[in-house]
Ligand binder design. Structure first.
Ligand SMILES: [Cu+2]
Length: 482
C-alpha cells in the first residue's frame, strides 16, 4: 500500500499530513492499515450447531471450554456453557429474570443485556466488574415487546477480546401478541449468530488488533454461524424464521440469498416491525439483529441455496469488497400446511415531542500516543465522567454525525429503544429493517443519523460504537438519566 492509499484507508487526510512524515512512517512501520484478510471459501458440510435453550431463572457461568473450529482439532475457547458462545435464553414478556452468574475466568468480566431496557444496576456498565470466582445475581423484569436480543461482556478495553474468544449468546423475548401471528416456531425458528474469526494454524481464535485494525476493525477470514465453520442446515420446503445476530466485532454483512430471491424482514433490534418488508438484501452491522422469514417452498430439492454476503461499498474501504457464502440450506421437499404471511405484525407507536436535539460528533483523531483515536464530541471514554444528563421520561432526538471519512460506526445506546427519524448524507435513506424499534444504528462515513427516544430508566448508561475495536479504543460516553 502506498502512502496515499494508506491515508485514504485511514480516512485521515489532512490530520496525518499535518502530523508530518515521521508519525506516518511510524504508523506504517507498526503495521497500521494492514489489508483485511479474504474470507476463505470451502465446502459447507458441517451441521449447524444450535445453542441449547434455557429459561430466565437459571444459572450461567463464563468459562473456558473446548471447541473444534478449524482443521486442527479441539482448541480452547470461552463461552457461557461447554464450548463457544452460550445458551439461548428464552423468556416471556412481563417475566422476571433471575439469573445467577458466576465468573469462572481468570480475569474480570460482566454481562450487558444488549437490547433489554432494564435498570442501570443490571445493565452491565463497564463500572460493573465481576471478579474471578465471584458471582452476581442478575434480576430484572422484562417489560418490552417480543424480540431478538443478546448478551455479552461489556468492559472498557476488553469487550472485543472476550466477545471474540466466545462470550456471547442470544436472549429471546416472546409474547402473546407475537404467538397470535402464528409465525414459524419450534424446529422452524432458528437462531443464527454470525461472527468472523481469525483462526491460527491450530484452529484457535486469535485476537491481536494492530493500530490499523483498531481503525479498520479486526476482520477474520473464517465466518462462523453459531460457532460452526462452513455450516449447512437441512430445511423443509416451507417458511422458516431466522433470528440473525451480527455478533462480529467489526464486520458488516450485506445478507442475500444466493439465488437472488426475496426474503421477508419481520423484526429488527427492538422486536417485530409494523409489517413484513420484502427485500433482496439486508445490511447488518455489529450488534444489530434481523428477524427474517425465508420461503423454501418453491426451491427444488437438491438445489444449493446459501445465505451469503453480497459485495457492497460505502462502509469504508476495509469492508464489503468480497462476496462469500455464510450458510448452506439443503432443501428437502415436504408436504406442509400452507403458511400465510401476516399483512401486519406489531403496530409501532411513533414517538414525537422531543424536548431537545443532542449532537454526537463521531471523529477519528490521530492523537499523540496512538490510543484513544476514536472519539465522540472530542472525548474518549472515562468511566467516572458523566458526559450528558437527561431527564427521566423526557423524549430527545440524538444526532450521530460521522465525520471520519473511511469508518462506519454502528452506534448503540443503552437503556432505551429508539426510532430512526432521518439519515442524511451517504445512503440518505432509512432502510426497511430500520422501520421499527432499534438500539443500534449503522452510521456510514459522512452520514448523519437522527434517532428519537424516551428515557424510562434512571441511572448511568453508555452510548458507544459497536465496532468493538472502536469501543475499546474509547468511542463511548456516559449519560445519566436523572
Ligand atoms: Cu466505530
Amino acid at each position: 500500500m502506498n502512502r496515499s492509499e494508506f491515508l485514504k484507508r485511514m480516512g485521515l487526510g489532512t490530520v496525518a499530513i499535518a502530523a508530518g512524515p515521521s508519525l506516518l512512517t511510524s504508523c506504517m512501520d507498526h503495521g497500521m492499515g494492514g489489508e483485511a484478510p479474504n474470507v476463505v471459501d470451502g465446502v459447507f458440510n458441517n451441521p449447524l450447531k444450535v445453542p441449547e435453550t434455557i429459561n430466565g431463572t437459571s444459572a450461567l457461568s463464563a468459562q473456558g471450554g473446548m471447541e473444534t473450529l478449524g482443521n486442527g482439532g479441539e482448541v480452547s475457547v470461552l463461552g457461557y456453557g461447554v464450548g463457544l458462545l452460550g445458551p439461548t435464553i428464552r423468556v416471556q414478556k412481563d417475566q422476571n429474570v433471575n439469573l445467577n452468574f458466576t465468573n469462572k475466568l481468570s480475569e474480570h468480566t460482566n454481562i450487558h443485556w444488549h437490547g433489554l431496557v432494564i435498570p442501570a444496576a443490571m445493565d452491565g456498565h463497564p463500572d460493573h466488574m465481576i471478579m474471578p470466582n465471584e458471582s452476581f445475581n442478575f434480576q430484572f423484569p422484562v417489560i418490552q415487546q417480543a424480540g431478538t436480543n443478546w448478551y455479552h461482556p461489556h468492559l472498557h478495553g476488553l469487550t472485543g477480546k472476550q466477545v471474540t474468544k466466545g462470550l456471547a449468546g442470544m436472549f429471546i423475548v416472546e409474547s402473546e401478541e407475537e404467538k397470535a401471528l402464528n409465525l414459524p416456531s419450534g424446529a422452524y425458528e432458528v437462531p443464527l449468530i454470525i461472527q468472523d474469526k481469525r483462526l491460527n494454524s491450530g484452529g484457535g481464535i486469535t485476537y491481536n488488533p494492530t493500530m490499523g485494525e483498531v481503525m479498520t476493525g479486526f476482520l477474520g477470514e473464517t465466518i462462523l454461524v453459531n460457532g460452526t465453520n462452513k455450516p449447512f442446515l437441512e430445511v423443509e420446503s416451507r417458511f422458516y424464521r431466522f433470528r440473525i445476530l451480527n455478533g462480529s466485532t467489526a464486520r458488516i454483512y450485506n445478507l442475500a440469498l444466493s439465488d437472488g430471491g426475496d426474503f421477508y424482514v419481520i423484526g429488527s433490534d427492538g422486536g417485530l416491525l409494523p409489517k413484513p418488508e420484502i427485500v433482496k438484501n439486508l445490511l447488518l452491522s455489529s450488534g444489530e439483529r434481523a428477524d427474517i422469514l425465508i420461503d423454501f417452498s418453491n426451491v427444488k430439492e437438491g438445489k444449493m441455496l446459501y445465505l451469503m454476503n453480497e459485495k457492497f461499498s460505502g462502509m469504508g474501504s476495509a469492508q464489503g469488497d468480497q462476496s462469500f457464502n455464510i450458510i448452506r440450506f439443503n432443501v428437502r421437499n415436504s408436504e406442509n400446511a400452507e403458511f400465510i404471511l401476516p399483512t401486519s405484525l406489531i403496530p409501532l407507536t411513533n414517538l414525537s415531542g422531543a424536548s431537545k436535539t443532542r449532537p454526537f460528533k463521531l471523529t477519528m483523531n490521530m492523537g499523540q500516543n496512538m490510543s484513544g483515536m476514536h472519539q465522540i464530541n472530542g472525548k474518549v471514554f472515562e468511566s467516572d465522567r458523566i458526559d450528558e444528563t437527561v431527564e427521566l421520561r423526557s423524549t430527545e432526538i440524538w444526532e450521530f454525525d460521522n465525520t471520519s471519512g473511511d469508518e462506519a460506526h454502528p452506534m448503540h445506546v443503552h437503556g432505551v429503544h429508539f426510532q430512526i427519524v432521518a439519515r442524511t448524507g451517504g445512503r440518505n435513506t432509512i432502510v426497511p429493517h430500520e422501520r421499527g424499534w432499534k438500539d443500534t444504528v449503522l452510521v456510514a462515513p459522512r452520514e448523519k443519523v437522527q434517532v428519537i427516544m424516551k428515557f424510562e430508566q434512571l441511572g448511568k448508561f453508555v452510548v458507544h460504537c459497536h465496532n468493538l475495536e472502536h469501543e475499546d479504543d474509547g468511542m463511548m460516553l456516559n449519560f445519566k438519566v436523572l
